[in-house]
Write a protein that binds this ligand. Structure first.
Ligand code: FO1
Length: 331
C-alpha cells in the first residue's frame, strides 16, 4: 500500500498522475483538511474538493480549484443580498457543499461523506480526509491570528506569516487523530509514503501534527519520497516561496530537505534544479530529476511513473531516522 499525502492544487495534479500508475487497491490518498471552514452556513473542504474535481476531470485547470464552466448566480445573489462574496463559491461547486453539510448534520463522518462524493464523481481510488476530528489551521501573522481562509483568500497571504497553529481536538477532548482508513494503513504493511508538491507548511504540516503521525514516519521501515514544490527557487503555484522566506528557510530543495529532516528519504526535483542533486547527496539524501511541471496529463503520468520506478529500484532510508532517532521536532 502506498500512502500519498496531498494538499490542494499541486497535490491533486500529482494524484491524477499516480492514479494512472497505481491501481485503486494499491494507494490511499490522504488529503489535508486543515483548510476546511464553514461559509454561508456550509462546510467547505477546499483541498478534498480540489482533489475530487481534478481526479474526475471536472476541475477548472486554469484556476486549479473549483469546477470548469462554472456559473456564479448564487454568489451574485448572496452579495446582492448583503452576504459575503470574498470566498467565491460557484453554483456547481455549491452542490458539493450542500450535500456534504446535510450529511454531516445527519451524523455521518467526513470520511464517509467523502467516500460517497468521490464515488458519485467516478473516482475508484480511495481518497480520505486526514482526520474526522476538528482540525483547523490558524495562521499566526503580523496582522494577528487569522483563520486559514481569511489569511489565504481574503488577505491573499499578504500578512507576514509567523507560524501555524492548529485548533484541533477529538470529540472526547483528546488530540485529533488520523482518519480511520489512514490509521488502519499505519497498522498494516505500508510500502511507501509519497509527499506531494504541496505547501510544506500550510498543507503538509497540519497532517503531520495529528496524533502519532510523526512517530509513525520517524520509526518507519518504508521509504518516503517527496516531490519538490519548488522550481528554480520559486513555487510552482501558490505562496510557498514567500512563506518559506518569512520563516527564515531557504526556498530550495536544500531548505525543504532541512524542513522535512528525518521524514523524507528521497527528493524528486525539477530538471531546472538538477544541480541540487549533488548538494542533497552531500547531506545524505537521494535525489532524482524529472520535469515536475504538472500542467498536462502526460507530465503528471511521467512524474508518477518516475516515482514508481524509483520505488521499484529501491530507496535507502535517509539519515536522521535510523533506529527511530528523533531529528527535528517542529510540532
Ligand atoms: N481560492 C481563492 O484564491 N479564492 C477563492 O475565492 C476560492 C474559493 C474556493 C471555493 C471552493 C474551493 O474548494 C476552493 C476555493 N479556493 C479559492 C481555493 C482554496 O481556498 C485554496 O486554494 C486552498 O484552501 C489552499 O490549498
Amino acid at each position: 500500500m502506498i500512502v500519498v499525502l496531498s494538499g490542494g492544487v499541486g497535490g491533486a495534479r500529482l494524484c491524477a498522475g499516480l492514479m494512472q500508475v497505481f491501481a485503486p487497491d494499491e494507494m490511499l490518498i490522504v488529503v489535508n483538511n486543515g483548510d476546511d471552514f464553514d461559509h454561508w452556513g456550509l462546510r467547505v473542504c477546499p483541498d478534498l474538493d480540489t482533489v475530487m474535481y481534478t481526479l474526475s476531470g471536472r476541475v477548472d485547470e486554469q484556476q486549479g480549484w473549483g469546477v470548469r464552466q462554472e456559473t456564479w448566480q448564487v454568489l451574485e445573489a448572496v452579495v446582492a443580498a448583503g452576504g459575503e462574496g470574498w470566498f467565491r463559491i460557484g453554483d456547481g461547486d455549491l452542490a458539493t457543499h450542500l450535500i456534504r453539510t446535510e450529511q454531516l448534520r445527519a451524523g455521518r463522518s467526513l470520511s464517509s461523506v467523502t467516500q460517497a462524493l468521490m464515488h458519485t464523481h467516478g473516482i475508484r481510488h480511495q481518497v480520505v480526509p486526514s482526520t474526522d476530528d476538528h482540525h483547523r489551521s490558524l495562521v499566526l501573522t503580523d496582522a494577528g491570528l487569522l483563520d486559514f481562509q481569511t489569511y489565504f483568500v481574503r488577505r491573499r497571504c499578504e500578512p507576514r506569516l509567523l507560524g501555524l497553529q492548529m485548533d484541533s481536538r477529538a470529540a472526547d477532548g483528546g488530540p485529533a487523530r488520523p482518519a480511520q482508513a489512514w490509521a488502519a494503513a499505519m497498522m498494516r504493511q505500508v510500502d511507501a509514503v509519497l509527499v506531494c508538491p504541496s505547501n510544506p507548511i500550510l498543507s503538509i504540516q497540519p497532517m503531520l501534527t495529528l496524533l502519532g503521525v510523526r512517530d509513525w514516519l520517524r520509526r518507519r521501515s518504508f521509504p518516503v519520497l517527496a516531490v519538490s514544490p519548488f522550481i528554480g527557487g520559486g513555487a510552482i503555484k501558490g505562496p510557498a516561496a514567500k512563506i518559506f522566506g518569512e520563516c527564515g528557510l531557504e526556498t530550495s530543495v536544500r531548505g525543504l530537505a532541512g524542513w522535512y529532516e528525518g521524514l523524507v528519504d528521497g527528493w524528486l526535483v525539477d530538471s531546472n534544479d538538477a544541480e541540487e542533486v549533488r548538494t542533497l547527496a552531500g547531506l545524505g539524501f537521494q535525489a532524482r530529476v524529472a520535469n515536475t511541471w504538472l500542467d498536462s496529463d502526460e507530465r503528471r503520468r511521467g512524474v508518477a511513473g518516475a516515482l514508481k520506478e524509483w520505488l521499484r529500484d529501491g530507496v535507502a532510508l535517509a539519515p536522521g531516522r535510523e533506529g527511530g532517532r528523533i531529528a527535528v521536532d517542529r510540532t
